[in-house]
Design a protein around this ligand. Structure first.
Ligand code: SF4
Ligand code: SF4
Length: 471
């Protein structure tokens, strides 16, 4: 039987780093990160947060630049409005986005998570920084957690959670601003929550969720909940560029001793890379599901390499093939295949967007009313109609039976007008002279006009009295 190794390097595969042997959660106290990657991430995060908070205030032609109104199923992306009728376009855009994410991940791993995922940015660059300010670095935090509830601990915790709650409330408002628009949100503020109880409840609900996520759930959101994180196992391959430990150069790891003629690898086993990790893993075990590519371990290792006089980059952005075989980045068949699919989807999406109709009419026969006879010998069918105006122009509408000839229309209520970017609902009679009706069911085409301009047309069937044929 092979002898069991002293250190079981494969043990990490049996459990996640934040769960202990008894199955309890192991709270992570990551050491404050510092270094060139961290500095860059601070700048990127500042730009990202600025864009995120400015976003709801940006308008184009008096409409928000971005709106994700899930309740009314109305979405505005870069000033282009998508209605429920554009669902196929929205679905296509989502599929294209997913393929883009897949391709991006195949090539660059989880770089998104580390640099611009809102969860990581808020957690590491906002909430964690406040925690360091109030409670100090990892060791002090650990000490405080174990300390009895004296005045110092109580005051620190009250201060920390009050600030966390205020920021969570701010994020809750931000999410609502993207969902209902900044004007509606301002209404809640100016008119008071009592007048807008439904919407205010949502603000409180989102704020509560964010407070829970950033105070308690933390890295578990990335490890156990985020579907993107769970996909890494199938998306990454040996050519994907990830935050990786160069085990070829680093192993066998050994502490550095004075006056040593070093035969070991470059890893001096200082464990700083483990101490800074916000997901509680040891990157030296290899690429793991928990790693959000936050680069904290790269900085920690580079700092120690500088101190001991070794080259930087023992932990770095690299692919497995780069570390094991020295291979540079190359276009693999997988990348080429995904790129072709992505290009195809982008082309279809571009074509669909450019040929999208500005006005869309839906016509439905009114239930329980097959047809009626009108005084002057005409047969009338009643239809309910709904017209979506995706443009910013208002229209007075008129209708015409385009085919077959001889049909006439009568709007219930005499007039139908459309507001900019609005939905108009109404009813309309379509009528044919009884004498001209040769069939019980005839296919017809109805057009909707603004002046002489045909906006949209729909096909439907017109029903008349039963035709009984005698031999
Ligand atoms: S292993 Fe490194 S890059 Fe991955 S989460 Fe931990 S510190 Fe961040
Ligand atoms: S920081 Fe670098 S040298 Fe220190 S244990 Fe991690 S990999 Fe080894």
């Amino acid at each position: 039987m092979p002898e069991k190794p002293l250190i079981d390097y494969d043990a990490y595969r049996d459990h996640i780093g934040t769960v202990d042997d008894t199955g309890k959660r192991r709270w992570v106290y990551p050491k404050k990160p510092s270094g060139r990657f961290h500095n860059k991430r601070v700048w990127v995060s500042m730009a990202f947060l600025t864009a995120l908070f400015v976003g709801p205030f940006l308008k184009y032609d008096d409409l928000p630049l971005f709106l994700f109104n899930i309740l009314e199923r109305k979405f505005i992306i870069f000033g282009v409005t998508f209605w429920p009728q554009d669902f196929h376009l929205f679905a296509l855009a989502m599929v294209t986005f997913m393929v883009f994410i897949v391709l991006f991940t195949v090539v660059f791993g989880r770089v998104f998570c580390g640099w611009v995922c809102p969860q990581t940015v808020f957690m590491e660059m906002v909430f964690r920084k406040i925690e360091y300010l109030i409670e100090g670095d990892a060791n002090k935090q650990r000490k405080l957690a174990k300390a009895p509830w004296d005045v110092d601990k109580t005051l620190k915790r009250i201060l920390k959670y009050s600030i966390f709650a205020a920021i969570a409330f701010l994020i809750g408002n931000l999410v609502m601003a993207y969902m209902i628009g900044i004007d509606e949100l301002q209404k809640i503020v100016t008119e008071g929550p009592g007048e807008n109880m439904g919407k205010f409840t949502f603000v409180l609900l989102f704020s509560g969720i964010f407070f829970f996520v950033f105070s308690y759930l933390r890295e578990q959101a990335c490890i156990a909940i985020c579907p993107y994180g769970r996909l890494q196992g199938v998306l990454l391959d040996k050519d994907s560029i990830v935050v990786a430990y160069d085990n070829v150069r680093g192993e066998p790891r050994a502490h550095l001793r004075k006056k040593e003629t070093r035969e070991a690898g470059d890893c001096v086993d200082c464990k700083l890379c483990v101490q800074v990790c916000p997901t509680g893993i040891d990157i030296r075990d290899g690429t793991q599901l928990e790693c959000v590519n936050c680069t904290a371990c790269i900085d920690a290792c580079d700092n120690i390499m500088d101190k001991v006089g070794f080259d930087r980059g023992l932990i770095r952005y690299a692919s497995r093939n780069n570390i094991d075989k020295g291979l540079k980045f190359r276009f693999t068949p997988r990348i080429i295949a995904y790129s072709v699919v992505l290009l195809g989807l982008i082309s279809i999406l571009g074509f669909s967007l450019s040929t999208r109709s500005d006005v869309e009419m839906t016509l439905l026969r009114t239930k329980g009313v097959p047809y009626q006879e009108v005084d002057d010998g005409y047969i009338a069918n009643l239809f309910n109609l709904q017209i979506v105006n995706k443009t910013r122009n208002g229209y007075d509408l008129s209708f015409k039976v385009l085919s077959p000839e001889g049909g006439r229309t009568r709007i219930v209520g005499n007039k139908l007008s459309m507001q900019s970017q609005g939905i108009t609902k109404g009813a309309i009679f379509i009528e044919f002279d009884k004498k001209t009706l040769e069939e019980t069911k005839i296919p017809i085409v109805l057009g909707v006009f603004a002046g002489d301009t045909l906006l949209d047309k729909v096909e439907t069937t017109f029903r008349g009295p039963l035709k009984i044929k005698y031999d």
